[in-house]
Design a protein around this ligand. Structure first.
Ligand SMILES: C[S@@+](CC[C@H](N)C(=O)[O-])C[C@H]1O[C@@H](n2cnc3c(N)ncnc32)[C@H](O)[C@@H]1O
Length: 305
């Protein structure tokens, strides 16, 4: 982006309409803030979660509705799960962190000491990323040293080609997070993103992503009221659930992409791990899964990305 466009983006308060940005990303950011500030035993300390969201959107969303949303528990837990896995990966030598479909994720701006030397790349749809950058500027955040932004529509461009437009180094041990995105992309785009992650980072690099059990997306599936409401709500926000994975097949699909499945937790298992006493009252939506995977050692030459 030319410097003049960047300056305009960062200084113009009125140029961007919050409705152009991903509304699910705005909502999940507010959920993290609400949890951090109000749940009794927070799993996150995300004081950026509400500041990154424009006032007009904040005013339109009731805290009660966010807390009752079927996705609430999964949003909180997936962020904590990914950051726990990231910390362990950094201890094993990961030096790059790629946040795919970053939305208003604030890890780069509340960077803990263990992540001080991590090169962080945020990839997102141009409209959502532009809104986030405008909000960061409005909050007075100097992000130039924290993160490199890569605007990309992953339904039209591969992840590998997006990364190739940045300073990302394919030879360095990398951690990818891909949270709350796979359900909004078609199956082919998801498989291509997995292949890209496996082919543009060395063996031992890692990925955390979440998915919806595809059985819950089948026409007429018996999924319960909370999940049905969630499906309707995201669809009316213009971000319909497009595809899921079959938990029985996800290991094979990862393997075909060049990844090794380390763990696949369903929503109940995730809540049992992260809210074992029920202190936060977290209840997972039916059909939620979170996966931890690793780039497998090469058995055959991979395509360059
Ligand atoms: C539910 S939000 C999740 C945001 C963030 N990862 C989180 O956990 O809060 C979905 C994100 O996926 C991004 N996304 C959806 N479709 C996309 C596409 N075709 N290309 C790039 N990003 C996309 C949206 O812009 C949005 O930021």
């Amino acid at each position: 982006m030319p410097a003049s466009d960047t300056a305009q983006l960062l200084t113009s308060e009125t140029a961007l309409n919050p409705l152009d940005a991903s509304r699910t990303a705005l909502a999940t950011s507010l959920m993290r803030a609400l949890h951090s500030r109000h749940d009794p035993a927070p799993l996150l300390d995300d004081d950026w979660g509400d500041r990154l969201v424009p006032e007009t959107f904040r005013a339109a969303v009731l805290a009660q509705a966010l807390r009752a949303n079927a996705a609430y528990a999964d949003v909180i837990i997936r962020t904590r799960y990914a950051e726990d896995a990231l910390q362990a990966a950094v201890a094993r030598g990961a030096v790059q962190y790629v946040v795919v479909g970053a939305g208003f994720d604030s890890f780069a701006y509340r960077r803990p000491a263990w992540a001080a030397d991590l090169a962080i790349y945020e990839i997102d749809h141009p409209a959502t990323q532009a809104m986030k950058r405008q909000r960061l500027a409005a909050c007075g955040a100097d992000v130039s040293a924290s993160v490199e932004f890569i605007a990309a529509d992953l339904s039209a461009e591969t992840l590998g080609s997006a990364l190739a437009r940045s300073s990302f180094q394919p030879g360095r041990l990398t951690f990818f997070s891909w949270l709350g995105v796979s359900m909004y992309l078609a199956r082919e785009a998801n498989l291509s993103a997995l292949e890209a992650m496996a082919s543009c980072a060395p063996a031992g690099s890692e990925l955390v992503f979440n998915y919806v059990d595809q059985a819950a997306l089948a026409p007429g599936a018996q999924v319960g009221e909370a999940f049905s409401k969630l499906k309707t709500a995201v669809s009316s926000a213009g971000e319909a659930f497009l595809s899921g994975f079959d938990p029985a097949m996800v290991g094979e699909q990862l393997e075909a992409a060049g990844l090794e499945l380390l763990e696949d937790l369903d929503g109940e298992q995730a809540v049992a791990r992260y809210d074992p006493s029920g202190a936060n009252g977290l209840r997972s939506a039916a059909a939620a899964h979170i996966v931890h995977a690793r780039v497998a050692s090469l058995t055959a030459p991979r395509m360059p990305y």
